[in-house]
Ligand binder design. Structure first.
Ligand code: NZQ
Ligand code: ZN
Length: 384
């Protein structure tokens, strides 16, 4: 196991009715920005619960943070932060709203060009504190320090991360997820699944704790994801999916182990270019990446097949193939298509995505840094 330092600063408030605790967690003299998305929270009671909890606080609303939050919209929110002397952000929504809040938190007291935080990894100081009310289990953004923002003007989707922008608290009420469209249930399950895979499916470093946790999260998602699709109002199912998605990317299972993230890096270019949902891009890339990298990942693919999918085969080679097939079949079972061509894209997409990878200097991806542009090309061709 590799050395690590681990601290997760997010206080999780999990379960029914926990939004009422928001008022105890925000400083009474705070000037709050209540940040949300396109309005789903107005249809399912979340907006009402939050406004009730904010009664007596000084706050302003900013709505319209899009899925795959854009730099352009966030700049408008940044202007509100400056005009209104905001010193606390309450992000209410899915990963996009929470990621948007992190960018705003970092940019609020930053003197330079805000895009440099994403493009150049520019240092910032004194970020604003964030509280999160999660409505879509998927990204883990509610208890990690990562943020992904898209600049529409240049079709760039870039990430930054720092522990200081991690939410100080997160409300996880599974009831809030009852209104998710089935597409978002599918997306969330696939995204969380791939987050675990990015931290697990590399090579063995004798880390049974991390591996065991990772396998439990994967088994839970395989079991509960389809149930959430079939029975959207089942509280226990929703609770298990929600906790699985948080545990998948709150830092715990990634400590002391190699990590991959090539699927995410390649996938982000599909969203930047064609607007595909984040999880759709992962479902396209991962099966092909597993096939291309099956020698490097062999031991862990076998472990995935045995411990998670409970597969048996006549040979190790057959087990590797069966495990990759099972992964792809799970995405299809969750109604997320796994080929580039399924999304109405032409073969030219392969070269367009490659050009974007080159532009963003993605020359060495993966746990061995051996996914060069040539290897990415092979993966994309296999994924078509
Ligand atoms: O905008 P509203 O009207 O709220 O609707 C949203 C949105 O259209 C809707 N929704 C959310 N909760 C709902 C609901 N509809 C009905 N009922 C509810 N309870 O769902 C749509 C998608 O929301 P979004 O926040 O975009 O989805 P998700 O949570 O999947 O976030 C995706 C973004 O997170 C980034 C992705 O790249 C993408 O930009 N990621 C962030 C990560 C992180 N911070 O660690 C890691 C991930 O790998 C990922 O890259
Ligand atoms: Zn993801």
């Amino acid at each position: 196991m590799n050395n690590f330092e681990f601290k997760n600063q997010t206080e999780i408030l999990f379960g029914k009715g926990q939004a009422s605790k928001i008022s105890e967690r925000i400083p009474t003299d705070a000037n709050v920005l209540f940040l949300y998305g396109g309005g789903s929270i107005k249809k399912n009671g979340v907006f009402d619960d939050v406004t009730k909890a904010l009664k007596g606080f000084s706050y302003v609303e900013f709505s319209g943070v899009e899925p795959n939050p854009t730099f352009e919209t966030l700049l408008k929110a940044l202007a509100v932060i400056e005009e209104q002397n905001i010193d606390f952000i309450l992000a209410v929504g899915g990963g996009s709203v929470i990621d948007g809040a992190k960018f705003l938190a970092a940019a609020a007291n930053f003197d330079g060009e805000p895009w440099d935080i994403l493009e150049k990894g520019a240092q910032f100081s004194n970020p604003l504190p964030i509280g999160a009310v999660l409505t879509l289990p998927a990204t883990g953004s509610e208890s990690n320090g990562n943020s992904v923002v898209t600049k529409k003007a240049t079709q760039q989707k870039l990430a930054f991360g720092h522990p200081s922008v991690q939410p100080v608290f997160a409300i996880l009420d599974p009831v809030y997820t009852f209104t998710l469209p089935s597409k978002q249930i599918s997306n969330g399950t696939v995204d969380a699944f791939v987050h675990v895979i990015e931290q697990y499916l590399t090579y063995p470093v004798n880390s049974p704790i991390q591996d065991g946790f990772a396998e439990t999260i994967l088994r839970t998602l395989i079991q509960e994801g389809p149930k959430a699709l079939q029975n959207p109002k089942d509280y226990d199912t929703r609770a298990n999916v929600m906790w699985a998605a948080t545990m998948a990317l709150n830092g715990l299972i990634g400590q002391g182990v190699p990590q991959d993230w090539a699927t995410h890096m390649i996938g982000h270019e599909f969203t930047a270019l064609y607007g595909l949902d984040h999880a759709q891009t992962l479902a396209i890339v991962l099966p092909a990446l597993m096939r291309r990298q099956k020698q490097q990942k062999r031991a862990k693919i076998i472990q995935l097949g045995t411990e998670v999918f409970k597969l048996e085969a006549n040979s190790e080679d057959a087990l590797v193939e069966a495990t990759i097939d099972a992964t792809q079949a799970f995405f299809e079972q969750m109604q997320v298509k796994t080929h580039i061509s399924d999304y109405g894209l032409e073969k030219s997409a392969v070269d367009e995505v490659l050009a974007k990878l080159k532009e963003n200097a993605r020359f060495k991806l993966g746990e061995h840094q051996d996914i060069t542009l040539d290897v990415s090309k092979e993966i994309l061709e296999m994924a078509y």
